[in-house]
Design a protein around this ligand. Structure first.
Ligand SMILES: Cc1cc2nc3c(=O)[nH]c(=O)nc-3n(C[C@H](O)[C@H](O)[C@H](O)COP(=O)(O)OP(=O)(O)OC[C@H]3O[C@@H](n4cnc5c(N)ncnc54)[C@H](O)[C@@H]3O)c2cc1C
Length: 582
């Protein structure tokens, strides 16, 4: 008999597993143990304690019940303490500890800093944006359509791009590290405990700022530094090795290593790495739109009309389709959420989704994006996608060098000819969308049925929306490059076959969702995680091309910290093994 033992039981929809008392959970787990013991076996063990381990909801019409996995312990077993709900402070860093400068305070940067402290190295986190509290002002301006601050927005500032997000924490990156340890760290810093076992765990925009502020205080408390309004403008290279960084304003910070965890919205930081000698390679990414429906419509389909009676949370969906040889898929679906303006540069427009812990808005939104591989922007294939017209259009609207350098509209013959090309088409689409929306943060939009049937967009058709700056009726088939528009039409129609009505008049397409992941990777050595050919630089997280979401970015931060420490202070790693939270 495995010890401790996990048992599975089902609960009817009206009985929320989160609300079970400890006694009720123990009783249900004991009954499940008895039921799962064969009559020929010895009597079922009597559990002395039970805890929720995983909870999910089976929404198939014939099932419609909660599936609960409970972990049980017998009285003679040692029952581990519950997850900490207060930070476990790393030891005070020594005065002469090696210094690691971290560019960016996103999940990658913060988890890297914590891990460095646990090993005994001193992190200096430089964040171009403001602390989470001050950042609220810039976000309020964005939501009112009153301008984009290039240093403080949904992408830049304390906690990175995830702070004002849905805070979804599910990940497919279990192989990259200890996901549960990341979740426990978040709980220790104020995230709700249910993320440890919950059904599609998420934190919510109202709670995330407190969590990242608590992480920052833990880092400062142990002797690490976290600086805001500190944009790193250049990496300092001496004798072929990174020795520190220069901030905007001229201050130089010496460091034994630099971790570049700048996220995927900081093209300037990628260019900075390239100037210093890092090698960039193009990588596949995805672009498309957000699609919004009333949450009640999604609930009706997913819960077969039983949401209210069963007291269920706002429903979710995850859809995948195909158009030719490319996938079209839903991305970062936000039940009960808002669509938000998440561009980081004036003159551009990007939409993304977020929600509060309760997910209680009347709308459901999701990215619907098309997979784009580097081969898709080369040669004849690239012409068929329609990138040349997009680039020419965008170059007339913006003097950004990334666009001016391709104002002629010519495409590379092979991906390696221009590693920045993915960045260029991303920026081009964001520029064209801003222009089509008419400014003031307004987003170009069209009803789903008109978009998929290629009918002319009609202003009177626009539906109410969660997107606060407002919408402009735009013929999206004309605004988007032809290859992208076609694949989105195919994908949305396929979604309509899975969720009937998805492509109908209750849905709205809102452009553009471009920041799904980085179109560029900074090459790093698989074993040392250092930038190829540039010792002392550690490309990390989503912007460097090694993560795709909050949890995977945090895991990459931890892995990077260990790799940097292994190079700088190998003995410290073993000594620190016991001090870690996990
Ligand atoms: C609105 C929104 C909703 C999202 N929802 C989810 C979700 O629900 N679940 C999920 O898993 N993911 C979500 N994401 C994506 C998630 O936020 C990112 O995958 C994650 O934050 C990446 O972490 P990171 O640390 O690699 O980079 P980031 O979080 O992007 O952090 C990078 C930081 O570096 C700073 N920086 C950049 N350049 C410099 C420089 N030169 N000097 C100093 N600082 C610099 C930036 O200001 C930024 O704070 C969402 C993103 C957005 C915008």
């Amino acid at each position: 008999m495995p010890v401790p033992q996990d048992v599975v039981f089902r609960l009817e929809p009206g009985r929320d597993p989160e609300r079970l008392t400890a006694d009720e959970l123990l009783e249900l787990a004991a009954a499940a143990l008895v039921a799962s013991t064969s009559p020929t076996d010895s009597a079922a063990p009597v559990p002395a304690a039970a805890r929720l381990q995983r909870v999910s909801f089976d929404a198939r019409a014939k099932s419609m019940n909660w599936r609960v996995v409970a972990r049980t312990w017998r009285s003679e077993e040692k029952i581990p303490p519950p997850a900490r709900t207060t930070p476990y402070p790393p030891p005070q860093v020594a005065a002469d500890a090696k210094r690691v400068l971290i560019v960016g305070s996103g999940p990658a940067g913060l988890f890297c800093a914590l891990e460095l402290l646990r090993i005994g190295l001193r992190p200096i986190v430089c964040e171009r944006g403001q602390d989470a509290q001050t950042r609220r002002r810039a976000i309020a301006l964005l939501n009112r359509g009153e301008g984009t601050d290039p240093e403080s927005n949904y992408a830049f500032g304390e906690g990175g791009a995830g702070t004002y997000s849905d805070g979804k924490l599910y990940t497919r990156s279990a192989k990259r590290g200890d996901v549960d340890a990341v979740l426990r760290e978040l709980v220790a810093h104020g995230a709700p405990e249910r993320i440890l076992w919950g059904w599609r765990p998420h934190i919510g925009s109202n709670l995330l700022p407190q969590v990242v502020q608590a992480l920052r205080e833990t880092i400062r408390g142990a002797g690490g530094e976290v600086r805001f309004g500190a944009r790193v403008e250049d990496l300092i290279v001496k004798d072929g090795r990174i020795t520190g960084a220069r901030l905007a304003g001229g201050e130089e910070i010496a460091a034994n290593a630099v971790v570049l965890a700048a996220g995927h919205s900081a093209a300037d930081s990628l260019l900075m790495a390239r100037r210093a000698g890092a090698q960039l390679e193009p990588k596949g990414f995805a672009m498309g739109v957000r699609v919004e429906h009333p949450q009640s419509w999604v609930d009706g389909i997913q819960y077969h009309g039983q949401k209210e009676a069963a007291g269920l949370p706002p429903a979710f969906y995850e859809l995948v389709g195909h158009s030719g040889d490319r996938a079209v898929y839903s991305f970062c679906m936000c039940p009960g959420g808002w669509i938000v303006p998440s561009q980081s540069q004036p003159g551009t427009l990007v939409v993304n989704g977020m929600s509060l812990a309760k997910r209680d808005s009347d709308y459901a939104n999701s990215g619907v994006v098309v997979e784009i591989q580097p081969a898709d922007w080369c040669g004849k294939r690239g012409w068929r996608w329609g990138w040349p017209e997009l680039l020419k259009k965008a170059a007339k609207l913006s003097d950004n060098p990334l666009l001016q350098e391709v104002a002629h509209g010519r495409l590379p013959d092979a991906p390696e000819q221009d590693p920045l090309f993915g960045l260029r088409i991303q920026l081009a689409l964001e520029t064209v969308a801003h222009h089509a929306g008419g400014g003031d943060g307004k987003a170009p939009a069209e009803r789903c049925d008109r978009f998929v049937k290629e009918q002319e967009a009609e202003a009177y058709d626009l539906l109410p929306t969660s997107y606060l700056p407002g919408l402009t009726s735009v013929d999206l088939n004309k605004m988007l490059p032809a290859g992208l528009a076609k694949r989105l039409r195919d994908g949305i129609q396929e979604f309509g076959r899975i969720m009937p009505g998805y492509d109908g008049p209750t849905g709205q397409v809102i452009g553009v969702e471009t920041r799904t992941s980085s179109p560029v990777r900074i090459l790093r050595d698989d074993a040392t995680l250092a930038a190829a050919g540039l010792p002392g630089l550690y490309p990390c997280g989503e912007g460097a091309g090694y993560a795709g979401g909050i949890v995977s970015a945090a895991l990459d931060g931890v892995a990077t910290a260990r790799a940097a420490a292994k190079a700088l202070a190998p003995a410290a790693i073993d000594a620190a093994a016991d001090s870690a939270l996990r």
